[in-house]
Design a protein around this ligand. Structure first.
Ligand SMILES: [Zn+2]
Length: 260
């Protein structure tokens, strides 16, 4: 865990100084219970002023000019952010961009955030992968769309798998298993225990990245379980009355004069 201006977050070793990024915890904001304290979830009953202050603090801490988020719908749609952000957040579950200085973010409370960086073509992506999005292949779609929009090749890609509910806590029903089967996904990330099925979202998203040709050495995982760790909002642990943590990535503005 790192701390910057009171904001506690996780970072990945696979990214270089070309990007700023963070898997933020719930610590370092101003929201009151049950949203304490660094809440970004606008669908919850948190005060607008608190959400605005939380956003302001994160932008200031990481030197971002803006933060773009989407209307996440547990699908597999990918939105490409250009120079002009739309006025209303589009419905999608992944964002890709080559804009410098524009942070792109995903909100979660148990679902899996995935951050991607192509250092060759200088492009980034933030992906929201819950079980539905994972079954639909939202991470696969994000990589493919980066290829179409920016020429990204999977072998160049760096990927960080963030904190989500882990297989220690993520009991799922047969319907989840059936949906993965229907979508033609691997079923290797399900664990069958005496009390039912568990799903390892991180393992499944890593295997999807590997299937496209992303190098294992360019993928970082092993983030804590959001339901086990009090540092994170967890929808399941908190029985729905909770906030949303932010995971973001941003291409740093290049310093041409310094040649980097
Ligand atoms: Zn757990």
């Amino acid at each position: 865990m790192r701390t910057l201006n009171g904001i506690t977050y996780l970072s990945s070793h696979v990214f270089d100084k070309g990007v700023a990024h963070g898997f933020l915890t719930r610590k370092g904001g101003v929201s009151a219970p049950p949203y304490e304290s660094l809440n970004f979830g606008e669908r919850e009953a948190d005060k607008r002023d608190n959400l605005a202050e939380n956003r302001k603090r994160v932008l200031a801490a990481f030197g971002a000019a803006s933060l773009f988020t989407i209307n996440q719908v547990h699908g597999s749609g990918v939105f490409c952010l250009g120079p002009d952000a739309p006025l209303a957040p589009p419905e999608a579950d992944a964002i890709i961009t080559a804009e410098e200085g524009a942070a792109i973010g995903i909100l979660t409370a148990d679902c899996l955030p995935v951050l991607l960086f192509d250092p060759v073509n200088r492009a980034v992506s933030a992906v929201h992968a819950g079980w539905r999005g994972t079954a639909l292949g939202v991470t696969l779609n994000a990589v493919r769309e980066m290829g179409k929009a920016f020429g990204t090749k999977p072998r160049d890609l760096k990927a960080a798998i963030g904190p989500s509910i882990g297989p220690c806590c993520y009991s799922v029903g047969e319907n989840v298993y059936e949906e993965f089967r229907t979508q033609g996904r691997s079923l290797d990330s399900f664990i069958s225990l005496d009390d039912g099925l568990r799903l390892d979202l991180g393992a499944e998203n890593i295997s999807q990245l590997l299937s496209l040709g992303v190098d294992q050495r360019n993928i970082s995982g092993s983030a804590p379980c959001t339901a086990c760790s009090a540092d994170f909002f967890s929808y399941r642990r908190d029985q729905g009355r909770t906030g949303r943590q932010l995971s973001f990535i941003m291409l740093r503005v290049r310093d041409w004069a310094a040649g980097r």
